[in-house]
Design a protein around this ligand. Structure first.
Ligand code: ADP
Length: 647
């Protein structure tokens, strides 16, 4: 995209509300160009609003395995047209050398020379070249369209698939690797469909046509020539295929490695600088880049052998042709015109091989890419929606854990024997040392993961039996590091409920105490927040996330309290905001501060994956257990420091 900004299309006048496009240096389209732009716009296809529906379980085409054939046969008309043009381009033009031979034998060999035959041959040759050129133009255009359409479908399919996958997939898979699936792998396929397949077909057909014409003209000479060159060519090609396959696998892995490392460094730029890790990062990056370079060098070497070797075979073939063909001409068994035609054909036979090397590379990367994409599609969401899942009716918000065990991998239980009832409207704080399993318990309620054994249910409905959408519609999640999307503050607030009215948005902003901030900003709610909200403070991001949750009116709210040290005033504002958001809702608070835990109706103390104490603040202080000890330390320190550091 150019400077047009996030809208996706070209912007002529107007623009987004507020008239500014995120402060980008784009001053509009100069008036002298406007006419031209309008003309281009008029010729563009209009994109009607999408009526796309998202299915948690893939349906129709999306459920089928990914193959190149399936991809291209979805557009049969373009495929047939393209094949027809390939046929014309490769077969018709092969009449050229035959015409040359004919002209030599019939108009130039013996006086009187028949110039009219020569002229007709020249006209015929020109016509063939024109038809061939036109067919190639039409074919390139059609395969371009086909490739664009196929890639469009594929990109949407990959994206939809990623939306379905569970959280653990994104934890384990590097974002950079996924980006390379979406960019370079899809582009490889595009290249393959646009040029690769058609070129392969053209080259193959050309070679077959040439062999047939040569056999038809003089089968003895044709057979000798073909027997001399083809076996050597086949052996060489089989070697090339093996070596090249190996090289391309390495290249694909290499580029994915480079991108993964790059993306991690970019995302972690702040931490890298803060920890003086630049040098080590360069060392690591140098290693991944070196592997990519070595893979490229290997493939380059393979190509360097194959290209010249085929050329050598071609030259040997021509030598043979000259010797044997020459003898045949001398003995009157072959006309000079046919011999010339043979030379031209042999040249044309070998010319595509050089091209095939390049095309093979694109075929290889295309194939490697389709395999990688197929693997991606084969990844089943670990937490999947059962085909018989029912809609979760409007809930009151009673959450229960029954004998729940859970491990991120089955050998390593992180939660053991959890039994807990949370009543509708109750706020419960999970406290305990870092790594105790607090967030994990919350992730089971939002069904980011399924328990290894036992049942987590809401209002008596086992979470495994309800649809994701009906569950998550009624759940609000405020993560420790709230994620803000690039867009306006309003866009970020209405994220979970796009239908919210302006009044509702303003009310949510007021409830969490953000009105002052919004009033201070030049464009108010339409102020653009930068990606991930880096332009806002940690406290402001938390408040925005709370307002977002408030606006969605969830029955159950899961809130991971920010651990970052907020100043006292921000803390007080957030606590007040929390009171507003939690009113009448069932809430799970992963509390890192005792001041937050204290305000909850009940406190659940978790240690080493088990619940060790449950009760209200006063009850727990009175029982003189783990919580009481934590509280005593807190009081002694006289500050609201994070709980985790006390352990
Ligand atoms: P808490 O929220 O109490 O600090 P967590 O619930 O995040 O603790 O983590 C509990 C344990 O599970 C920790 O030992 C942590 O290392 C482990 N853990 C957390 N997330 C994952 C994950 N995605 N894969 C594997 N182990 C994890």
């Amino acid at each position: 995209m150019g400077w047009g900004g996030g809208g996706g299309g070209m912007m002529v006048g107007g623009g987004p509300p507020g008239g500014r496009v995120g402060g980008l240096p784009f001053g509009g389209i100069p008036s002298e160009l406007l006419e031209g732009v309008k003309r281009i716009e008029a010729s563009e296809p209009s994109h009607a609003p999408s009526d796309l529906t998202f299915h948690q379980i893939p349906e129709g085409d999306e459920a089928e395995a990914l193959t190149l054939t399936r991809l291209v046969t979805r557009y049969p008309r373009w495929l047939i047209e393209s094949s027809l043009f390939v046929l014309i381009a490769s077969v018709v033009v092969q009449a050229g050398p035959w015409l040359t031979g004919y002209a030599i034998d019939h108009s130039l060999r013996h006086a009187p020379y028949h110039f009219n035959i020569l002229v007709w041959c020249v006209i015929g040759y020109a016509a063939i070249v024109l038809v061939g050129g036109a067919a190639q133009w039409a074919q390139t255009r059609t395969s371009g369209r086909l490739a664009a359409a196929v890639m469009h479908d594929l990109r949407i399919r990959v994206f939809a698939h990623l939306q379905r996958l569970s959280l653990n997939f994104f934890t384990e898979e590097k974002a950079g690797v996924l980006m390379s699936r979406m960019t370079s792998d899809i582009e490889n396929l595009q290249q393959l469909i646009q040029d690769g397949i058609a070129s392969f077909a053209t080259q193959g057909l050309t070679m077959v046509t040439i062999v047939i014409i040569m056999e038809w003209q003089c089968w003895q000479l044709a057979t000798i020539t073909i027997l001399a060159v083809i076996p050597a060519l086949v052996i060489l090609s089989i070697w090339f295929q093996h070596a090249s396959d190996k090289g391309y696998d390495r290249i694909r892995d290499g580029i994915a490695g480079v991108l993964a490392d790059l993306s991690e460094s970019l995302h972690g730029a702040r931490i890298v600088t803060a920890n003086n890790r630049q040098r080590q990062n360069i060392v690591v990056h140098r290693e991944v880049v070196a592997e990519y370079r070595n893979a490229n060098i290997f493939t380059g070497n393979v190509n360097a052998i194959y290209g010249p070797a085929t050329l050598a075979i071609g030259i040997i073939g021509q030598g043979l042709l000259l010797g044997i063909g020459g003898l045949m001409v001398a003995h009157g068994k072959l006309s000079p015109g046919v011999l010339v035609a043979f030379f031209l054909y042999l040249n044309r036979f070998f010319a595509p091989i050089q091209l095939l090397v390049q095309q093979y590379n694109s075929l290889q990367s295309g194939r490697a890419s389709i395999n990688k994409l197929r693997d991606l599609f084969a990844t089943e969401p670990e937490v999947s929606q059962s085909p018989t899942a029912h809609e979760l009716p409007t809930i009151l918000g009673a959450i229960s854990f029954n004998d729940v065990d859970f491990g991120y991998d089955s050998d390593n239980l992180v939660l053991r024997g959890i039994n807990l009832e949370i009543h509708p409207g109750e706020s419960v704080a999970f406290v305990g040392p870092t790594g105790a399993g607090k967030s994990t318990m919350a992730k089971l309620v939002t069904r980011f993961y399924d328990p290894t054994s036992g049942v987590v249910s809401i209002d008596g409905h086992d979470l495994k039996r309800v649809t994701f959408s009906s569950l998550r519609r009624q759940l609000g999640v405020v993560p420790q590091e709230p994620f803000l999307f690039a867009g306006t503050i309003r866009d970020n607030l209405v994220f979970a409920r796009p239908t919210a009215t302006d009044d509702e948005v303003a009310d949510a902003v007021a409830r969490v105490g953000l009105t002052d901030l919004v009033d201070r900003l030049t464009d108010g709610l339409d102020t653009i927040v930068h990606e991930r909200g880096q332009s806002l403070s940690a406290g402001e991001r938390q408040l925005l996330a709370l307002a977002r949750a408030f606006l969605a009116h969830p029955r159950v709210l899961v809130l991971d309290e920010a651990t970052s040290n907020l100043d006292l005033q921000s803390e007080t504002t957030i606590e007040r905001a929390l009171d507003a958001v939690l009113e009448n809702r069932t809430a799970i608070l992963i509390a890192h501060r005792l001041s937050t835990a204290k305000r909850a109706d009940r406190i659940v103390v978790i240690d080493h994956g088990t619940i060790v104490e449950v009760g209200s603040h006063d009850e727990l202080v009175a029982t003189d257990g783990v919580y009481a000890a934590m509280y005593a330390t807190w009081i002694r320190q006289g500050s609201a420091e994070g709980l985790s550091s006390e352990h």
